[in-house]
Design a protein around this ligand. Structure first.
Ligand SMILES: [Zn+2]
Length: 229
């Protein structure tokens, strides 16, 4: 292969002694000879520039020094790719407790900002996962735990709502100020004429707010309404 005067260094070889200013391009021929000689470091790529000394070390003379260097690089570089995998496993999932903590925090902030209750499971998990991607594992497990795949479409829709309620329910136990879902249900029951005694029984189980809290809420809503009309 002829030398080309247009080529300019530096040489890409990290153990280069920088003693030559004659440059060569790494061609497929260089790679194949270097690989045969076991002198070709894996970070060197087609089209890279190397100096004549390194070229001789890799291709012509096949020195021990370059064999050693190529071996070190291959040992050094192989674990770099799998290194990310254990980290991913670590950071890509949350425990049940962490999941409940994160979701409770998001719901609390939403409710403080007067954002509406989310009743759709897919929407719920999209909102939560946008806050913390690791929640994917939490929702995957929650979803799988219901055996939804074996259920009919209409059952799946019902169960999806139940799953959302379950999230609100658990987070409401953790933080009593996460209570929009209970309030919505209580308001609905109240609007259908459900007796206060029934609402209060459900409230004891943590499924709705108490009838008293619901009437407070109705008052505050009607006050706000009359203030804005
Ligand atoms: Zn060199």
């Amino acid at each position: 292969m002829p030398f080309t005067s247009k080529l300019i260094g530096p040489c890409v070889i990290t153990i280069c002694k920088r003693q030559s200013s004659n440059w060569k391009t790494v061609t497929e021929n260089v790679i194949s000879k270097g690989q045969t000689n076991k002198t070709f470091p894996n970070y060197v790529q087609l089209g890279d520039t190397i100096c004549l000394n390194c070229y001789n070390g890799i291709v012509t003379r096949s020195t021990v020094e370059f064999q050693q260097h190529a071996l070190e690089q291959s040992c050094h570089n192989v674990p770099e790719i799998p290194e990310e995998t254990p980290m991913d496993i670590f950071t890509d999932s949350v425990t049940f407790l962490q999941g409940v903590e994160i979701i409770t925090d998001v719901l609390y902030k939403r409710e403080q900002n007067k954002l509406p209750t989310i009743w759709d499971f897919e929407e719920f998990r999209t909102v939560m996962e946008s806050k913390d991607q690791r929640l994917k594992s939490f929702f995957d497990e929650l979803y799988l735990s219901t055996n939804l795949r074996r259920k009919s479409v209409s059952t799946m829709e019902k169960v999806s709502k139940q799953l959302v309620f379950l999230c609100y329910f658990i987070c409401g136990i953790r933080n009593m100020f996460v209570n929009n879902a209970k309030r919505d249900l209580g308001m609905y029951l109240d609007s259908t004429g459900t007796p206060n005694s029934t609402i209060d029984t459900l409230a004891t189980m943590g499924l709705t707010l108490t009838s008293l809290s619901i009437s407070y809420h109705k008052d505050s809503v009607s006050q706000k309404h009359s203030a804005t009309v």
